[in-house]
Design a protein around this ligand. Structure first.
Ligand code: CTP
Length: 394
């Protein structure tokens, strides 16, 4: 039996937590409920006690001899907070522990799922956005609220996600296999910058999101993760050993020095292919007329890993706009890869800087597995499933 610890905060959507509880209990889960003080303004403990047939806890001081905030999270498989208010999210982000739910959350070594519900202005406030991204970087699963009718009789974002989406998120974290336990994964991600002078550089539009999602998923599956990350504002997951680099040469050196330990390496970085022959120590003054910049090739990080490969499973990406699979198979061979993920960057909404992508995996002579089109987070999940299958069939 799976044990779900359900935290309910004060918001009008609190009544939906009762329907969720009923659903979970009916399908055979054990549910323990913590109500915050705010939640009790909207819905009472009796409702949840009747649904779960378990005592409902509302205070740190209810049964102090059981140390409830510790015993509850130790016994549970997942902590789901539905609905989560802006205040609760802010407290989680900062580690504030001033009631039973926030103490339990701080003591939790189990996965946490948070389903926010609030007024649209509160949801869109930079403070809330920042707090949610802190939680995400820490590995908390956020179930995005939907757009719809809010309590203020307006339409806006902030409406608690549909029950199906919340259940899917809970099942997602519960069902996620620890199939990378004991393995070491090396991932390169993000762009590189090749300096022209102190204020100018050659680079590209990569945000590193795909590689960061692959790292996040690998961590959730139990891997030790080395993430070699180029310049990006996207926050990497906290559990990874992240090495920040700027240039292709730095990425090359950082990746190679960690490759010996790796069981699996994935090159998701969009490395700049060229760097200026000369980097000027002072800012270059503009001149009239045409100019030119002499460039040389940067090291190919992935090719260097391929040359030194000794048992590790090596995965690359290919960004293509034409003859996708033919070009990608050529890269697969040339760089001694075990699998390559092909990305059609000519399609709208695919590739750099977008939340979504569409990938096809290619391996061996004819191995081919389309992963479909999805968010980069979902694609990371599908990609790890597929990579582990491909590796075990080798
Ligand atoms: N790669 C790398 N170091 C480089 C260039 C690329 O590690 N200097 C890796 C990327 O991380 C990616 C793969 O190699 O995994 C991409 O290969 P590349 O041959 O550069 O192909 P594309 O970027 O797809 O572009 P092009 O067709 O221009 O070669």
């Amino acid at each position: 039996m799976r044990r779900i610890l359900l935290g309910v905060c004060g918001g009008i959507a609190a009544y939906k937590a009762a329907a969720l509880t009923s659903f979970l209990v009916q399908r055979g889960d054990r549910v323990d409920v913590i109500l915050t003080e705010g939640a009790q303004q909207f819905i009472g403990p009796l409702t949840f006690a009747s649904l779960t047939r378990n005592p409902v806890l509302t205070s740190l001081w209810d049964a102090p001899e059981t140390i409830p905030h510790i015993s509850l999270v130790r016994a549970a498989d997942v902590l789901a907070i539905v609905p989560a208010t802006a205040n609760l999210i802010a407290k989680l982000a900062r580690g504030v522990a001033d009631d039973l739910l926030t103490n339990a959350a701080l003591a939790a070594r189990i996965p946490i799922v948070v389903a926010p519900a609030m007024n649209d202005a509160m949801y869109e406030h930079p403070a809330t956005r920042e707090n949610l991204s802190v939680l995400e970087a820490r590995g908390v699963t956020i179930v995005e609220p939907g757009v719809g009718f809010l309590a203020e009789r307006e339409n806006g974002i902030g409406r608690l996600a549909e029950q199906d989406a919340i259940v899917a998120a809970i099942d997602g974290v519960l069902g996620r296999a620890r199939d990378l336990e004991g393995e070491r994964v090396l991932i390169t991600a993000g762009p590189t910058r090749e300096a022209i002078d102190p204020v100018r550089f050659l680079s590209n539009a990569s945000t590193g999101t795909m590689g960061i999602e692959l790292a996040r998923e690998a961590l959730a599956r139990g891997a030790e993760v080395d993430l070699v990350l180029g310049p990006t504002p996207v926050v990497p997951p906290q559990g990874a050993h992240t090495v920040r680099v700027t240039s292709a040469q730095e990425m090359h050196d950082a990746a190679l020095s960690r490759f010996g330990e790796a069981d699996i390496a994935i090159a998701a970085a969009a490395v700049a292919d060229w760097r200026p022959v000369e980097t000027f120590a002072q800012k270059v003054k503009k001149q009239d007329g045409t100019g030119s910049l002499e460039v040389v090739r940067t090291p190919d990080v992935l090719a260097a890993l391929g040359e030194r490969k000794d048992g590790a499973f090596l995965v690359g990406f290919a960004a293509e706009t034409e003859a996708l699979e033919q070009n990608a198979r050529a890269k697969l061979r040339a760089k001694h890869l075990d699998t390559i993920a092909v990305n059609d960057v000519s399609r709208e909404g695919s590739g750099f800087g977008t939340g979504e992508n569409e990938l096809v995996l290619l391996w061996g002579e004819a191995g081919r597995r389309p992963l479909g089109r999805a968010s980069k987070r979902e694609l990371a999940r599908r990609m790890w499933n597929a990579l582990l299958e491909i590796r075990s069939a080798r």
